[in-house]
Design a protein. Structure first.
Length: 105
């Protein structure tokens, strides 16, 4: 009977490195995913003109003051181009508004 327990122990001991390896890979994948998400969030905040290290405080101050988070210049220009392409504004209105947006940079 003692021999049976020894065999079971050896089987468990031989499987342990595989289980440990799989868990290590899963944990590594989670860390990489979190790092990529943090990097993307920081890039989006920088593009919106917000310092990533103080984003929470900056957004809180804007909310307290009643100022919405300002869209980026590129998104405003893209929206303006979309309005022109769909025929919702004239080419003259497009140029006038585009000039205003660029002047505000």
């Amino acid at each position: 009977m003692a021999l049976d327990y020894a065999d079971e122990f050896e089987t468990a001991a031989s499987v342990f490195p595989w289980i440990f390896g799989v868990m290590a890979v899963v944990i590594l994948c989670v860390w990489v995913t979190v790092a990529v998400m943090i990097g993307r969030n920081r890039r989006v905040l920088r593009q919106a003109g917000i310092d990533p290290t103080t984003a929470g405080a900056q957004l809180a101050v804007r909310m307290i003051r009643g100022q919405p988070a300002a869209p980026s210049t590129s998104s405003r220009l893209a929206e303006l181009t979309d309005l022109r392409d769909r025929g919702l504004i004239t080419p003259q209105e497009y140029e006038a508004r585009r000039t205003q947006i660029i002047a505000g940079i």
